[in-house]
Design a binder for this molecule. Structure first.
Ligand SMILES: Cc1cc2nc3c(=O)[nH]c(=O)nc-3n(C[C@H](O)[C@H](O)[C@H](O)COP(=O)(O)O)c2cc1C
Length: 326
């Protein structure tokens, strides 16, 4: 079950996705103790951020939608949390991933240099948060040039390997992946949430205080699989395939699309504290039942051919949907 990403060994292929659970060293440790093979801390920015007003995160029936607005204590205080987390994780052999975001290319470099003081195994460069405004005017993940500029800046600011986290909300994610690969990225995390909105029928008002938010969980899976498939066909970099992985079978699908390992976020909300151990066990059972010996046997199968079998594994649509069609 072990795998490698950017030269870093993960004891299991499941990675705690940034922001969902990992807000404190003790929570990061809990994820590692329950089966995560690497854990990503909450994204931090140079200055502290309060985040948006509540409601900020809602289960809408097919996943979550959130507009947290990157609440965090700022990079200087985050370093202390990362140091504590790194100490706890070292004993478990589980690598720590720091996560950074910024408003300008230069600040990405500064944030990378600061979190490097805690010596995380990897730094995830979050250029794809849909819930914050940047002085750049749009996400850095929106353009190949901006994404490459951030990557170059971070690479010149730290010796620690960097993963660049991409957005599904772009015309050509393979082109963005090629740009960050050429700029020196050591790996890619795909994907961040997809922008969306909930509207309250009675009042007609947006449900989230921020108006819009990012969709994660089950509804995101087909989008994430498509993105990982396209990226793995375009670049040689390892990918943390993230988005809508709730079961071991979802993890199989993500690895089949070309992911090196699998990000787990919203599943923790839907399956509870044992999400990692449950998904890991389901993945092992699936591999054994299908006669596969290791993860490498299933990695990238989507590039080997299509149309083998169609098995719908998702839950049925909302009860009563047939009536709306009548
Ligand atoms: C409540 C919440 C907070 C999040 N915060 C962050 C964050 O701070 N940084 C980041 O890169 N992604 C953040 N994400 C995105 C997740 O890391 C992940 O990319 C996304 O949720 C898709 O994975 P999932 O479907 O397994 O949840 C957040 C997602 C949720 C639901």
């Amino acid at each position: 079950m072990s795998c490698r990403i950017a030269g870093v060994r993960l004891p299991t292929p499941l990675v705690l996705a940034s922001g969902v659970w990992g807000t404190s060293p003790t929570l990061l440790e809990r994820a590692a103790r329950t089966g995560a093979g690497a854990v990503a801390a909450k994204t931090c920015t140079l200055a502290p951020r309060r985040g948006h007003r509540n409601p900020t995160a809602i289960d809408w029936g097919h996943g979550l939608i959130n507009a947290m607005g990157l609440p965090n204590p700022g990079a200087a205080e985050e370093v202390e949390l990362l140091r504590d987390a790194a100490r706890r994780l070292a004993a478990l052999g589980v690598p720590l991933i720091a996560s950074i975001a910024a408003d300008t290319v230069e600040d990405f470099g500064r944030a990378a240099a600061i979190v490097s003081e805690a010596d995380p195994a990897l730094i995830e460069v979050n250029i794809s948060c849909p819930n914050v405004e940047s002085s750049h005017g749009e996400m850095f993940a929106s353009s190949a040039e901006a994404a490459a500029a951030v990557t170059r800046q971070v690479k010149s600011s730290t010796p620690i390997p960097c993963l660049v986290k991409l957005s599904p909300n772009v015309a050509d994610i393979a082109a963005i992946a090629r740009a960050v690969a050429a700029a020196g990225a050591d790996g890619i995390t795909a994907i961040n949430t997809m922008p969306g909105m909930l509207v309250d029928a009675e009042s007609g008002a947006p449900v989230l205080a921020n108006g819009t938010g990012g969709i994660s969980g089950a509804a995101l899976k087909p989008i994430a699989l498509r993105c990982v498939h396209e990226i793995s066909g375009a670049v040689e970099l390892p990918i943390i395939g993230t988005g809508g992985v709730i079961t071991g079978t979802d993890a199989v699908e993500m690895l089949s699309a070309g992911a090196a390992c699998v990000g787990i976020g919203s599943a923790i909300v839907f399956r509870g504290e044992n999400a990692f151990s449950s998904i890991l066990e389901e993945l092992k059972v699936w591999l054994a039942e299908h006669g596969y010996r290791c993860l490498e046997d299933i990695r990238g199968r989507t590039h080997r051919g299509a149309g083998a079998a169609v098995v719908v594994t998702n839950p049925p649509p909302v009860p009563g949907w047939e009536k709306t069609r009548a």
